[in-house]
Write a protein that binds this ligand. Structure first.
Ligand code: MG
Length: 385
């Protein structure tokens, strides 16, 4: 087995995106952690050295280091970081791969193809054929000075991998390398071959906010496909009787009467949970909490919400939005809107803007109109596969 060492260059300050792009969140990890994950999934990778800026090393270095991973201080240029990283690798490696910390979508297949070609040819670069027509300009000019033949051009990515002795020779021979944007240029200057290894357009570098959106979409597709917003509808009604507490949206509303039922009878939470379950085709809350079961007597409906969210999470879903409409003749509910809405948002882990709650009277019509009951309608939007 080829013994591989990896240098991950992640020393940028990332001023374009507010904070270093390699530490932006991407799915369940940061950009650089995802880059590391790919290399650490390969048994032939014996050591990984991550070059971080001094500030990042202090604040985040200990979170990355450990096991096969070491953290070193980045240089003032990319090539400076490559030199520090290479110097920190252990002896005995056959191949050294250099990777941008901001290319989190690299795959084991790409890494292995580049490493194998480095063994064969001495140096290899992951690259993709250029898709756009290229135009050349003169320095300082925006006039087209020529159209190079696109078929002959490749966009270089990372990883770039080298037999260790060849990279060492290139770094030693050209100590003044400030102009070089990658170390393969130094190997070219040695007059040695550098092979292009066809890679994937998904292995792009996170540079702008839209790159991060594309990376999220690709990860989602790798995780099993796109999630779609689904709508669900829920309804609940309970009798309003003296001597009970009135719970609505998890808030205790002061009133001489409350809703009658087996649980605390919070009609808002019941309707909202049924809407969420309905969006996923998961039935209704009565199936999990049957009114006939004495264990659920006086049940706090916040537990029903927790159960519902667990079902959503098991299904790989996410509640995006709730809209609830209470129908009540009494008490006057508008003074409680803010508290009920905040509670609804908190219970369903939603920002307040995505938890809506309002109330209507029933114009004196029917049982609700006579104040004998309170009802609630709810619509939920849930993201799921
Ligand atoms: Mg109910």
């Amino acid at each position: 087995m080829t013994r591989v060492g990896v240098v991950v260059v992640a020393g940028g300050s990332g001023s374009r995106m507010g904070r270093p792009k390699q530490f932006l969140p991407l799915g369940d990890a940061t950009v650089v952690e995802r880059s590391l994950r790919c290399f650490l999934s390969l048994p032939e990778v014996e050591a990984v050295v991550v070059a971080l800026s001094e500030a990042d090393r202090r604040e985040r270095g200990s979170g990355l280091a450990g096991g096969r991973v070491r953290v070193v201080a980045a240089g003032s240029t990319r090539m400076g970081s490559v030199r520090s990283g290479v110097a920190a690798l252990p002896p005995g490696l056959d191949v050294v791969a250099v990777h941008d910390g901001a290319r989190p979508l690299v795959t084991p297949e790409i890494v292995r193809a580049v490493a194998a070609e480095a063994v064969r040819m001495g140096a290899a670069v992951a690259a993709v054929p250029v898709k756009d027509t290229l135009k050349r300009s003169e320095p300082g000019s925006t006039l087209v000075a020529g159209t190079p033949e696109r078929a002959l051009h490749w966009a270089a990515q990372t990883p770039q991998a080298y037999r260790r002795e060849i990279l060492a020779e290139a770094l030693a021979r050209f100590p003044d390398d400030a102009e070089a944007t990658d170390e393969s240029q130094l190997v070219e200057r040695l007059g040695r071959p550098v092979a292009l290894v066809p890679s994937s357009g998904e292995n792009f570098k996170i540079t702008t906010p839209e790159d991060l959106l594309m990376a999220e979409a690709i990860l989602e597709s790798r995780a099993g496909g796109r999630r779609w917003p689904r709508a669900g509808f829920g309804f609940d009604i309970h009798r309003l009787v003296p001597g009970r507490k009135l719970w609505l949206a998890g808030v205790l509303v002061p009133h001489g009467k409350g809703l009658l039922g087996h649980s605390d009878s919070d009609a808002v939470l019941h309707a909202a949970c049924d809407a969420v379950l309905g969006a996923l085709g998961l039935g209704e809350i009565g199936l999990a909490f049957p009114p006939s079961d004495p264990r659920f007597r006086g049940l706090d409906s916040r537990q029903i919400v927790a159960h519902t969210l667990a079902r959503v999470s098991e299904a790989g879903g996410e509640v995006l939005h709730l809209d609830c409409t209470l129908i009540a003749e009494e008490p006057k509910l508008s003074p409680h809107y803010a508290a009920m809405r905040e509670s609804l948002a908190a219970l369903f882990h939603l920002p307040i803007a995505r938890a809506s709650l309002k109330a209507k009277s029933h114009e004196g019509l029917g049982a609700v109109g006579r104040g004998e009951a309170i009802a609630c309608h709810a619509v939920a939007t849930v993201l799921s596969r």
